[in-house]
Design a protein around this ligand. Structure first.
Ligand SMILES: NC(=O)c1ccc[n+]([C@@H]2O[C@H](COP(=O)([O-])OP(=O)(O)OC[C@H]3O[C@@H](n4cnc5c(N)ncnc54)[C@H](OP(=O)(O)O)[C@@H]3O)[C@@H](O)[C@H]2O)c1
Length: 174
């Protein structure tokens, strides 16, 4: 079955972005670029919540990637495909369960935390991969939101980058 990985970059204190959605604290480098380039070869589908999509669209990155199906989940946007993305109004868990049962490459859950919470609750996330940044933002948009149960993880990989980030991947033991 296709693997769903929830991945991205976070602050050590569990934020994906500042309260105003800015990510000026993100550090880039060759090491993370290489990890990303390898990862993109394994996937053919991206999932994102409406808020993540809107932030990406505002920064000019809202178009889908060629050869990658991009689904945006929203109960408020009109359903349909445009500009390389497809808006899904149906409940995300139901849609992703069907998607995982179809043939294809792996699936990247880009976030944000709100969409991820629904998919964790539905036991649809197989792996987590985050580039943890050496900063405590103090406030912001949470990566992991409160959930109804404990989720056990198995460490797969842990690499310290020269810029002080730590890249970790875990298998979800659900
Ligand atoms: N640092 C990183 O790597 C990274 C990665 C991703 C995102 N981000 C940032 O995270 C922020 C957004 O994250 P967020 O957690 O606030 O929001 P989000 O998960 O991106 O979007 C939430 C929205 O998605 C829709 N949604 C969520 N669960 C759903 C479900 N089960 N079924 C159908 N629709 C569902 C709803 O849209 P409607 O309200 O339209 O119904 C909901 O309001 C942005 O600032 C983004 O830039 C950062």
């Amino acid at each position: 079955m296709r693997k769903v990985t929830f991945g991205g970059a976070n602050s050590l204190d569990n934020f994906l972005a500042r309260p105003d959605h800015s990510v000026d604290w993100l550090l880039w480098g060759e090491e993370v670029a290489a990890v990303m380039a390898d990862y993109w070869k394994t996937i053919d589908t991206v999932l994102m919540g409406r808020k993540t999509y809107e932030v990406a669209a505002r920064s000019g990155q809202g178009a889908g990637h060629p050869n990658v199906a991009t689904y945006v989940f929203s109960r408020t946007l009109p359903e349909g495909s445009h500009g390389g993305i497809t808006v899904i109004r149906q409940d995300a868990a139901e849609f992703v369960r069907i998607l995982k049962g179809r043939d294809g490459g792996d699936i990247c859950l880009m976030g944000g935390g709100e969409l991820a919470r629904s998919l964790f609750e539905a036991r649809l996330i197989d792996e987590i991969g985050f580039n943890i940044h050496p900063v405590l933002l103090g406030s912001g948009i949470p990566l992991f939101q409160p959930m109804s149960r404990q989720i056990d993880l198995e460490l797969r990989e842990c690499r310290a980058f020269k810029n002080g980030c730590v890249y970790v991947t875990y298998r979800v033991k659900d």
